[in-house]
Design a protein around this ligand. Structure first.
Ligand code: CP
Length: 304
């Protein structure tokens, strides 16, 4: 069976650290393998800048090739099924990276695919981003364990969930900071499951000041993701007091770092004076997409 990368829930701490170690070596300029003659199919139902370019550059720099497909300009637009599409792509390519609306579509793809399927973002998870975030925090703070990592925003959606899983698997204390509304929190059953499998703590905090208090790492994401446009007014009202502003970050630990997967909607989830401050590491974080994705591709496609 092909190794897939759909969520960090499927990966034990040891394997996550192995991918991160490989990424560190690659970033330091050590050659850790090549993917000559191999092709990654990149299938997008949603737009992308970072995921598309970083995977394409990663494949090029490893000696392979990336083929870009989107659901508007392929036969998916004419109702060819995902299953049939996968059965064709696996005849040409060595791995598939897909960005989809529904995580269940990735699960269906991986259940039939003979080649690895990588989650390039779904409604539930964004594990490639979390790998880059973990590497960034290790570089800046020297470790993950025992850090207070506070995520502000929609904790029921992909970045909130992936942050919670990835950082707590590596022993951080994760605070999910959001309004007291069920729709912004991971469902209780999932939260229970995570708390059983992870090593660090996962706490929910509705008070933004308490969530920020002594935080080592502050993370936020867009309040409105593609597909949620109809909820814009409601969400903007609900998340207003969770905006990562210079006033709020006064409560964080001295020397805290600020992460955002980007794109950022400046003036909404974060203010200019925070994202452009010395505490912000968002562009190092974006760069680390490239190094961690090279490591991930080698991990999935090269035999040990
Ligand atoms: N962070 C991220 O996934 O960026 P894109 O949506 O531009 O790929």
């Amino acid at each position: 069976m092909a190794k897939n990368f759909l969520t960090l829930m499927d990966y034990p701490e040891k394997e996550i650290r192995k991918i991160l170690e490989l990424a560190k070596k690659i970033k330091a300029g050590n050659s850790e393998g090549r993917l000559e003659g191999q092709t990654l199919a990149m299938l997008f139902e949603k737009t992308s800048t970072r995921t598309r370019v970083s995977f394409e550059v990663a494949m090029n720099q490893l000696g392979g090739h990336a083929a870009y497909l989107d659901s508007r300009t392929t036969k998916l637009a004419e109702k060819e099924t995902l299953k049939d599409t996968i059965r064709v792509l696996e005849r040409y390519c060595d791995a598939i990276m897909a960005r989809v609306y529904r995580h269940s579509d990735l699960e269906e793809m991986s259940s039939i695919s003979k080649i690895p399927v990588i989650n390039g973002l779904s409604d539930l998870y964004h594990p490639c981003q979390t790998l880059a975030d973990l590497l960034t925090v290790i570089e800046k703070k020297g470790k993950i364990e025992d850090l207070k990592v506070s995520f502000f925003g929609d904790c029921a959606f992909n970045m909130g969930r992936s942050t919670m899983i990835g950082f707590s698997k590596l022993w951080a204390n994760v605070f999910l900071v959001c309004p007291d509304k069920a729709k912004y929190l991971p469902d209780p059953e999932f939260l229970e499951k995570v708390r059983k499998y992870v090593k660090g703590n996962v706490r929910i905090e509705n008070d933004p000041v308490k969530g920020m208090k002594d935080a080592d790492v502050v993370i936020t994401d867009k309040w409105i993701s593609p597909g949620q446009e109809k909820e814009e007014k409601q969400r903007t009202r609900d998340f207003k007091k969770y905006q990562v502003s210079s006033e709020l970050v006064k409560h964080a630990k001295q020397g805290f770092i600020f992460l955002h997967c980007l794109p950022a909607l400046r003036g909404y989830e974060v203010t200019n004076d925070v994202i452009d401050s010395r505490n912000s590491v968002v562009f190092d974080e974006a760069e680390n997409r490239l190094h961690t994705e090279k490591a991930l591709l080698l991990y999935l496609l090269k035999d040990d």
